[in-house]
Design a protein around this ligand. Structure first.
Ligand code: ADP
Length: 550
């Protein structure tokens, strides 16, 4: 800026100097011109008077004359010339100034002299005898005078430029210095000259506007971050080159990436062909959805193009973890298949026996036996349906279900009483020990859980085996129910699976042992409903210990 002001001021100074120079030279030129004309007029009058009285003698006696003097006869013959050889000069009758002087006593012309090979200014005067006296001088002489003036003029110009330059520099500094020193954070504090005040006011106003806009943008960004960061879904914004502009933490978690991914290609997050195709389609302006597997997770990806004036400017990618949903879906399908299978087995038996009776080949003494089989299969069916209903109810129940005070010890005693006859049949002894532990829970469900654990402990026991039930507080002061048996035990690799629906360790003997394969599944779901933990300790052939800690 300083440079520009300085340069412009210097240009103005130069322009003024040039204009002044031209003007001065013009005025001087005019002045000298009229001076010379006057002088020539005097000169020619003086010489004419001399020639009138003394003739050629006057001219011959003239010395040290700077101008050219020519005396021309009335017929144009040159009689005298002080700067040229008369004998070589041609007739001057047709010369403009001579012609004019012959016609009207005086004449003037400016032209190129072929005699002297110079541009000359001619003045002619007719004498009383009709001859003409002509004087001339080189026109350049005016320019020579002017040229002589150029040197002082140049000194003046250089001086003017030097002084002007110094002043221009000072002026530009004076204008710019307050601008340089302006405190942009607090312009009102800066001392400025009067003309700058509106500029400063504008800066103050704009500063405020910028502050307000930045604050609004910041608030908007924080709001956006707050929303996206609290989303469980992954959220990614990419530009038209698939470069990540923004994303939330969930997106990183879902893609299993530990570093932030802004300014990197989104394809770095997942290198599957499926994902790449989805991104490509979105950037071609086509919404698309697809499921991809990330490690052990199954994720649904929704890719939506973002348009700016009908052109794709980028895309928004939303990622949701559907692993649980998929698992549940899978379990549900498996459950349905299992239910159908489990229902079909007793129904096929019942139908088969009924058909045999119908054919009449069964003797009447065998009918009670066949009827007993039908009854057994029907009871199995009823138990199975009841268990299915219980599992379904537990599936639907949520933790908000109404709870009441439940004495775990009392419940265990009731269950033991109920199972005593069964235990006796299997030659298994039952015992309950511990203390009254009261928790908040859903009584029928907890009863069912204890019943199933005890029932299994009896079913999978050995003759003369034992089942010990313990109710107490653990080291963390949490109530627990522990069912310990001396039965067949469960292999380590099976211990996780026994809680799956319809899972049985020994499928071949399940029919004779009884059971639906849903007992521990009910225990597991009951525990989830009560936020209880289940721990299994078991050794093959030695027994099993299952503890539910509420
Ligand atoms: P079931 O109705 O067949 O008993 P459960 O869901 O109650 O079904 O149990 C699943 C499987 O776990 C059983 O089939 C059995 O193989 C095994 N199991 C459960 N409890 C015990 C236990 N106390 N001792 C040994 N095996 C057990």
């Amino acid at each position: 800026m300083t440079k520009r002001i300085f340069k412009n001021t210097m240009l103005i100074i130069l322009l003024v100097l040039v204009l002044c120079g031209v003007f001065i030279i013009g005025v001087l030129y005019k002045y000298y011109n009229s001076e010379i004309t006057d002088e020539m007029y005097n000169e020619i009058s003086f010489i004419s008077a001399g020639v009138e009285t003394e003739g050629m003698d006057y001219l011959n006696n003239l010395d040290d004359v700077k101008i050219r003097i020519t005396w021309v006869d009335k017929d144009g013959t040159v009689l005298f010339d002080n700067q040229a050889d008369v004998s070589t000069m041609d007739n001057h009758r047709d010369r403009e100034e001579i012609k004019a002087a012959l016609a009207s006593s005086t004449g003037k012309s400016v032209r190129y002299s072929y005699t002297l090979s110079e541009k000359q200014v001619y003045h002619a005067k007719r004498l009383s005898d009709g001859t003409i006296i002509r004087i001339s001088f080189v026109q350049n002489s005016i320019w020579k005078i002017m040229f002589g003036m150029i040197q002082p003029l140049l000194i003046i110009v250089i001086l003017a430029i030097a002084v002007g330059g110094a002043l221009a520099y000072r002026l530009s500094r004076q204008i710019i210095e307050p601008l340089d020193n302006i405190n942009l954070d607090n312009p009102a504090d800066t001392e400025v000259y009067e003309e700058m005040a509106p500029f400063v006011r504008k800066i103050v106003h704009q500063n405020q506007q910028i502050k307000d806009t930045v604050a609004a943008l910041k608030a908007q960004k924080e709001e956006f971050t707050l929303i996206t960061e609290n989303m469980q879904e992954g959220f990614i914004v990419i530009d038209k080159s698939a470069v990540v502009l923004s994303h939330n933490t969930s997106a990183l978690k879902l893609f299993g990436v530990s570093h932030r991914a802004e300014q990197k290609s989104v394809l770095v997050l997942n290198r599957t062909k499926e994902f790449e195709t989805g991104v490509k389609l979105a950037l071609e302006g086509r919404h698309n959805e697809r499921a991809i597997t990330i490690g052990e997770k199954v994720c649904n990806i929704y890719l939506n193009p973002v348009f700016d004036k009908e052109k794709v400017a980028g895309a928004i990618i939303v990622v949701t973890d559907v692993t649980e949903k998929e698992k549940r879906e899978h379990l549900r399908r498996e459950f349905s298949a299992n239910v159908s299978h489990e229902l079909k087995t007793p129904l096929t038996s019942i139908s088969g026996i009924a058909e045999i009776i119908k054919t009449g080949i069964v003797e009447s003494k065998d009918v009670p036996e066949f009827a007993g089989k039908i009854h057994k299969e029907a009871s199995r069916l009823i138990t199975l349906v009841e268990d299915i209903i219980k599992v379904s109810q537990l599936d639907e129940a949520d933790s908000a279900v109404e709870k009441e005070k439940v004495n775990l010890y009392e419940l265990c005693r009731e269950v033991v009483e109920q199972l005593e006859p069964v235990a006796k049949l299997k030659d298994v002894s039952l015992s309950v020990m511990g203390n009254d532990m009261v928790i908040m829970g859903v009584k029928p469900i907890i009863r069912e859980m204890i019943f199933n654990l005890c029932d299994n402990a009896i079913k999978y026991n050995k003759p003369q085996g034992q089942v010990n039930i313990k109710v107490d507080l653990d080291n963390n002061r949490r109530s627990f129910v522990e069912v310990k048996d001396t039965g067949i035990g469960i292999a380590l690799d099976q211990q996780d699976r026994i809680f799956e629906r319809f899972y049985r360790v020994d499928k071949s003997h399940s029919k004779e042992i009884g059971g639906t394969g849903l007992g521990l599944s009910i225990v597991k779901h009951g525990a989830i409903l009560h936020s209880a933990d289940i721990a299994v300790e078991s050794e093959l052939d030695h027994g099993t210990n299952i503890r539910v800690t509420f």
